[in-house]
Unconditional design. Sequence first.
Length: 382
Amino acid sequence: MRVFVEGTPLFRQRTGVGQYTKNLLEALFRLDEENTYTIFSFALPGQKTKPRPIPETPRLGYRFIRYMHQKVFNAVVRKVTAPPIDVMLGSRPDLFLFPNFVRYPLPLGSRAVAIIYDLSFVLHPEHVARRNRQFLTRYVPITIERCQHIVTISENSKKEIVEYYGADPDKISIVSPAIDHSFFYPRPAAEIDAVTGKYNITKPYILYAGTLEPRKNIRSILDSYAKLPPEVRASYSLVLAGGKGWLDQDIKRRLDELQHMDIITTGYVPDEDLPALYSGASVFVYPSLYEGYGMPPLEAMACATPVIVANNSSLPEVVGDAGLLVDAHDVDSLAQYLEKVLGDPALAGELRRRGLERAKTSNWDESARRLLAVINEFGSQR
């Protein structure tokens, strides 16, 4: 079969969707020896060829739409309607894979599978930018209706799609994110020292990794750190590792109020620094208000770091019995859990052991096999 894959998430600064797409596709292309793939995106006429995020092979090529800029396409989609992507490409492959929530029109008759990660835009609209919320609210239900199959990333997300949109559960498969164990593993002290030195981290630390935005509940992390006994705060820095996100004004205000405390904001952290940052942390904290899956806790567990996560959405699925679960809105409990892990080496050691064991069960090859089964089943039906 010929499979066309929307590549837009691959060419941006990769966070959640982009990382998932890249890792999953790399594993898929290693695994699949039958089908051929074309990754498509946009480029200006005469624009220098974009770097290929995944190297080309005899079974993998790229195609760029050069007569319409990505920004123009996005504006047309938002303000008018979604243009027919197969007509723009001049192709009718067996299957389109749309890995970023939305299926675009395919009047030439190709079948389609789309990946819908979560329903944060309808269940927690206050944490989603208005323009993105309007876009997803408009196009996701059409995507569910017109795709031959939907992929999502957790049991929780599947349940929400079924309940909110009345989707047939048999039309939805789960392909969870996974860990690259050649990358996320406990790093040696020398590497940890090099990376922590880069970010001016000079003593043991509590770590959060991810975008600094309201949905990640950064305010509760800051408030729980402020509630720790002074002698604990004197021994541990709080490190917020991630770029600024949407609606971060309240986070900035709280950071200003706590500027007398040892709180380090690193800004965006490149991928290569993350394993050492995880490995060096005394505890990883992730009390997010909602997650379609939540990769950072899994990455931290793979690096043998104790984790504390919120007890909502998909996060209990991710950590199982390998992490501590807390009410995201209960700052006092979060502070107590932090103090307990930091003050109890036996508990921290047990969480490290359980986390490593649980992380080992996660791998991209298994996720790719599940996606390939979907591709083979729904791409071959005519």
